[in-house]
Structure formats: structure tokens, C-alpha cells
Design a protein around this ligand. Structure first.
Ligand code: ADP
Length: 172
């Protein structure tokens, strides 16, 4: 029996409900989904690699075929190391297509045996990005429905805000 292993790579700084939607949908399409969190030396993430792994792990505890791993170096090399043959990416209208297309062509040259599977964002997450979340969190905006609750709390801790403000679950 062939087992289809897919990898969903990204920075996940922090994971959002947009990422979670892609993870949940991709997990129904393959036998095993590995969320690959990269250490990118060119980016200064808000959360360390270990923190991002923990945040995604907590968000995916209910999904039995989803695993979380960190990696360095080329994504296609990581996919090969874990025995994957599919790369998952999420696409938001306008903002992602050009970049994803360029990367896909390069990855195809580097590793022709890996297929790219792009899932369209769900409309409610179309305008959601980790960078926008960080801006809103920094200014004390509510993140309800945009990130998992534990991520809202981690953001609140990082920016030292009262937790009810971050999750929107406290008193107004
Ligand atoms: P990267 O640095 O690789 O862009 P991200 O964590 O920002 O890492 O994104 C990882 C993947 O998730 C990318 O394919 C990105 O397009 C996708 N993604 C991010 N936000 C959303 C969203 N709101 N809806 C769907 N896909 C998304």
C-alpha cells in the first residue's frame, strides 16, 4: 500500500486560522501531513523556532495524521528526507500567486518528483496574514477568529497585553 506523505512548509510566525484551515483541509487529502516550520536566517521572527513548533503542535493536537517538524535548508530536501512527494501551499487571491508560481518552477527544477498542491484560501481568511496579525496584536487589537486562542495568548504575552483583550473573551 502506498502512503501519501505531504509537507506544508511555512514560517508560521505565528500560525493563523488561515494556516489552520489549509492544514485541516490538506489532512483530509493525504495519509500523513507534516507541517514543516523553517528556520529562515534572513527573517527575524517574532517567535523562536521552538515556540512556533509548540504553537502549531498545540493547534493540531486533534488531528491524528498531522505532525509538526522544524527544518533548515531547502524545502525540497526536507520533503525528500521525510519521504514526502507532495508540497502543500495556501493561495490568497493576488498576494500569493506570482511568488508561489516562481517558487514552484524553481522547486520543480530542483526536485521534479515532488508535486505542488495549492489550496485556495477560504474566503473568510483571504485577508489574513501573519504579518498583519502581528501589527494588530502589537496595537492591542482583538484577534478573535483570526488565530487559535492559545496563539492570541502567546501574542498578548509577547506584547504584554491583558489576555481578555487578545482573545476577545473577557469583559468589554
Ligand atoms: P512563508 O514565509 O512560506 O510565506 P507563511 O507562514 O507566511 O510562510 O505561509 C505559509 C503558507 O501558508 C503559504 O503557502 C501561504 O501562502 C499560506 N497562507 C498564509 N496565510 C494564509 C491564509 N490566510 N489563507 C490561506 N493560505 C495562507
Amino acid at each position: 500500500m502506498t502512503v501519501t506523505i505531504a509537507v506544508y512548509p511555512g514560517t508560521f510566525d505565528p500560525p493563523t486560522c488561515g494556516h489552520m484551515d489549509i492544514i485541516e483541509r490538506a489532512a483530509t487529502l493525504v495519509d500523513k501531513l507534516i507541517v514543516g516550520i523553517y528556520e529562515n536566517p534572513d527573517k527575524q521572527p517574532l517567535f523562536s523556532l521552538e515556540q512556533r513548533v509548540m504553537l502549531v503542535e498545540e493547534a493540531t493536537t486533534g488531528l491524528s495524521n498531522v505532525h509538526v517538524k522544524s527544518f533548515k535548508g531547502l524545502t525540497v530536501d526536507f520533503i525528500q528526507q521525510v519521504g514526502g512527494k507532495v508540497m502543500i501551499r495556501g493561495l490568497r487571491a493576488n498576494s500569493d500567486f506570482e511568488r508561489e508560481f516562481e517558487m514552484a518552477l524553481m522547486n520543480k527544477k530542483l526536485a521534479p518528483y515532488i508535486e505542488l498542491l495549492c489550496l485556495m484560501t477560504s474566503s473568510q481568511y483571504q485577508f489574513l496574514s501573519s504579518s498583519l496579525i502581528k501589527e494588530v496584536a502589537k496595537l492591542g487589537g482583538r484577534l478573535e477568529g483570526m488565530v487559535p486562542d492559545h496563539v492570541a495568548v502567546a501574542l498578548k504575552d509577547r506584547f504584554s497585553l491583558p489576555s481578555e483583550l487578545a482573545t476577545g473573551k473577557g469583559k468589554v
